[in-house]
Design a protein around this ligand. Structure first.
Ligand code: NAP
Length: 311
C-alpha cells in the first residue's frame, strides 16, 4: 500500500529544511526524507561565519539543529531512509523509501552534493585507514601527526586550518600555483605556522596497507617536470570539491555535464512539471548554505503555486 503526500522533500540540509519550513507554513503538510547524512554538509563543517543572523558565527551542526527545531514547530513529518527508486513518469510521482512506496503530487529535490574523490589507485582501500575526505569527522585521529590536504579551494583551506588543531604539521598539496579559494581563506592558511604549501603536484596513488598501519605514502606527479615523487605521511585529506547527488535521477531529469540538475531560468522548476530542485544539487556556481536555504524557499513557493494551478 502506498502513502500519499502533497509535497515530498528529499534532503535535510539547509535547502530541504527551508523548503519544509515554507511548505509547512503553507499548510501543505510536507514530508522530508533525511538520507544517509542528515543535515547535509553543514554537519561536517566547523565554524560558519557567513550565515547572516549569527553575529559571532555558529558551528555547522548547531545551525542545522536550530533550523530543524524551527521546522519542527510547524509540523513537518520526517522520514529517515534511503530512496531506492523513483517513478516520475506520471503523477502522483512514486518514490520507494526503504522499499515502502510513497506517492506525492510535487517533489522537491534537495539531495545536495558529496565529497569528490580523486579516483587514483589506493584511494578506495585506504579510505578510513589514514585517508579521509572529512577533516571534522577524522581530524581527531591525527594528533601530533604529519598529514597533508589535497586541493586549492575554500574546502582545502578550511580543512588545512582546522587540522592544525590536531596535527603537528599540515602540507597543503595543490596541482597549480593559483588558488581557487577566496583570498581571506588563503591568507589565513599562509599565516598559520603549522602549514606548508607543496604546489604544482597532483596525487597519482595512495600507498600503504590497510591492515598494517594504513596510509604511508602519497605518490605525486610533479606537474612541471612530469617526475614522480614520494611524499611519506601519516594521513591525507582529499578536499577537491563535490559531486551532486543525482544518480537516482539519471535519464529522468535534465542535468548538465557534471550531473547538476538543470532548472528553468531563475526558478526551481526542472523539466518535469511538479518536480523542483533546490540547493547544491542544482547549483555549481554559489554552493553556500545561505544560497541553498534561499533556493529551498524558492522551491517551496514554486511548488505551492504550481499545486494551486493544478486544482
Ligand atoms: P572547488 O572550489 O571546486 O575547489 C576544488 C579544488 O580541488 C580546486 O583547487 C581544484 O584544482 C582541486 N581539484 C579538483 N580536482 C582535482 C584533482 N583531480 N586533482 C587535484 N586537485 C583537484 O571546491 P571547494 O573547495 O569544495 O569549494 C566549493 C564551494 O564551496 C565554493 O563555492 C566555496 O567558496 C564554498 N566553500 C566555502 C567555505 C567557506 O566560506 N567557509 C568553505 C568551503 C567551501 P583547480 O583549482 O586546479 O581546478
Amino acid at each position: 500500500m502506498s502513502t500519499s503526500h502533497k509535497v515530498l522533500i528529499l534532503g535535510g540540509g539547509p535547502a530541504g529544511l527551508t523548503a519544509a519550513l515554507y511548505t509547512a507554513r503553507a499548510n501543505l503538510e510536507p514530508v522530508l526524507v533525511e538520507g544517509p547524512q542528515p543535515g547535509g554538509q553543514l554537519t561536517i563543517t566547523t565554524d560558519v561565519e557567513n550565515f547572516p543572523g549569527f553575529a559571532e558565527g555558529i558551528m555547522g551542526p548547531e545551525l542545522i539543529e536550530v533550523m530543524h527545531k524551527q521546522v519542527e514547530r510547524f509540523g513537518t513529518q520526517f522520514i529517515h531512509g534511503t530512496v531506492s527508486k523513483v517513478d516520475l513518469s506520471s503523477r502522483p510521482f512514486g518514490l520507494w523509501i526503504d522499499d515502502k512506496e510513497h506517492r506525492c503530487d510535487s517533489l522537491i529535490i534537495a539531495t545536495g552534493a558529496s565529497a569528490r574523490l580523486l579516483g587514483v589507485p589506493g584511494e578506495d582501500t585506504l579510505m578510513g585507514y589514514g585517508l579521509s575526505a572529512c577533516a571534522t569527522c577524522d581530524g581527531f585521529f591525527f594528533r601530533e601527526k604529519e598529514i597533508c590536504v589535497i586541493g586549492g579551494g575554500d574546502s582545502a583551506m578550511e580543512e588545512a586550518n582546522f587540522l592544525t588543531k590536531f596535527a603537528s604539521k599540515v602540507t597543503l598539496i595543490h596541482r597549480r600555483e593559483e588558488f581557487r579559494a577566496s583570498a581571506i581563506m588563503v591568507d589565513r592558511v599562509k599565516k598559520n605556522p603549522k602549514i606548508e604549501f607543496l604546489l604544482n603536484r597532483a596525487p597519482i596513488a595512495f600507498e600503504g596497507d590497510p591492515q598494517a598501519g594504513g596510509l604511508k605514502n602519497v605518490k605525486l606527479k610533479n606537474m612541471q617536470t612530469g617526475a614522480e615523487e614520494d611524499f611519506p605521511v601519516d594521513g591525507a585529506f582529499v578536499a577537491i570539491g563535490h559531486v551532486p547527488n543525482t544518480s537516482l535521477f539519471k535519464g529522468l531529469l535534465d542535468m548538465d555535464e557534471n550531473g547538476y540538475l538543470e532548472v528553468q531560468g531563475r526558478t526551481t522548476y526542472t523539466n518535469i512539471p511538479g518536480v523542483f530542485a533546490a540547493g547544491d544539487v542544482s547549483d555549481h556556481r554559489y554552493r553556500q548554505a545561505i544560497s541553498a536555504a534561499g533556493s529551498g524557499c524558492m522551491a517551496a513557493i514554486d511548488a505551492e503555486r504550481w499545486l494551486e494551478e493544478q486544482e
